[in-house]
Design a protein around this ligand. Structure first.
Ligand code: XIL
Length: 362
């Protein structure tokens, strides 16, 4: 009895002596098991590459919990829509920089990087531009000025850009609905020159091609690889490829891995650029997000981050989640109101998905 008391006394004194005021005490019980585990790292603390989040100005401004979550867990931001062409280029002679400037300043103040999304996307040409019915010469001249102005304005501040987004339809053909397909005889040549315009405006920015289903759709991936080969042969500067990763709990993991390995064979930087994992894959209006479903989602996230870690070190760029909290996700409008695809729940608590993501990281 006396011996035990003496041991406890000595242990307690030693623990106190070895801790300065701001250090956390880890209590040890008699069996040497930690009672209070060391606090878990946040995503950005653990990852050796950037962890990005798509954000909107209004959420950062109006909700302190949103802002705090971004700063706490993430090391990079992407504008969810405010740096797209239709939002910036409001008329032929007017740019609206309000939100883009806000996001870039917010990033600087909070030590975050900015990934720019996106310079050329068929779905974001402004109405005034489409109704102008430019021929290919006038079209390209306008776009060249736009790229030069936008990339130039944020030179050194936006470290990377999705220069071109979603060129290919499912299966790998050029998208029929794209205005570029209608105007240009050789759309891929036009896209290559867009990369050149961006490089000239900021030689240090990393330049990406971005699309969805890249690792799942072999036909689309083949078209992307062919485009990259052509760019390289022509000297058009491309640094990386983004796959959006809007996948779900039902996505086939083996297909995902095979596609991912094939994508990595390009040797380019690889960006998981818009990650979210759907749980209500059947779009059911009576869907209930159960613990079992949350666990499945966690495993999917873990699989993805562990897979990303298998890339050669020099191809790792960032994993970006398309949002921060289940409270605000594009999928409630674009998929089903009952959808819970992100890492934090609507009260900003960490979901099992967060732990899954974290434990897949090295
Ligand atoms: C989505 C945004 O999340 C929505 O808020 C917006 O209204 C429409 O676009 N692929 C992309 C993203 O590259 O830009 C899209 O973002 C989602 C699909």
């Amino acid at each position: 009895m006396i011996n035990k008391q003496i041991i406890w006394g000595v242990l307690f004194t030693l623990i106190l002596a070895s801790c300065s005021n701001d250090e956390k005490v880890v209590f040890i019980n008699v069996d040497d098991n930690p009672v209070n585990p060391v606090p878990t790292q946040t995503l950005k603390e653990k990852a050796k590459f950037k962890i990005g989040a798509a954000v909107k100005m209004k959420d950062l401004q109006s909700e302190v919990n949103f802002k705090n979550a971004v700063v706490k867990h993430y090391s990079q931001i992407t504008a969810e829509y405010e740096m797209k062409m239709a939002n910036i280029w409001t008329s032929s002679t007017v740019y609206n920089w309000t939100a883009a400037d806000y996001l870039v300043n917010f990033a600087k103040e909070n030590n975050l990087e900015v990934h720019g999304h996106t310079l050329i996307w068929y779905d974001s040409f402004p109405e005034w531009f489409k109704t102008a019915k430019y021929d290919s010469i006038a079209f390209e001249a306008k776009v060249k000025v736009y790229i030069t102005d936008v990339v130039g304005r944020y030179k050194g501040k936006v470290k990377s850009w999705d220069v071109v987004n979603e060129v290919f339809a499912d299966g790998g053909a050029l998208r029929e609905e794209s205005v570029i397909k209608t105007v240009f005889k050789d759309p891929i040549g036009f896209y290559g020159r867009c990369f050149q315009y961006a490089r000239t405006a900021d030689p240090d920015a990393k330049l990406f091609y971005n699309d969805y289903s890249v690792v799942m759709d072999a036909g689309k991936r083949a078209s992307i690889k062919k485009m990259v080969t052509r760019f390289k042969a022509k000297g058009y500067p491309i640094d990386g490829l983004g796959d959006q990763f809007h996948y779900g709990n039902d996505t086939n993991k083996q297909t995902m891995k095979t596609g991912f390995t094939d994508l990595a064979s390009t040797g380019l930087l690889i960006h998981i650029s818009e990650l979210d994992i759907k749980v209500n894959t059947a779009k059911s209006d009576s869907y209930v997000f159960s613990d079992a479903e949350a666990q499945k989602q966690s495993e999917t996230y873990q699989y993805i981050t562990a897979m990303y870690e298998e890339l050669p070190q020099n191809q790792k760029f960032a994993i970006t989640t398309w949002g921060v909290t289940d409270k605000y996700t594009w999928l409630t409008a674009f998929w089903n109101p009952k959808e819970y695809p992100l890492l934090l729940d609507s009260e900003y608590n960490k979901k099992p998905a967060y732990q899954g993501f974290l434990s897949g990281l090295k």
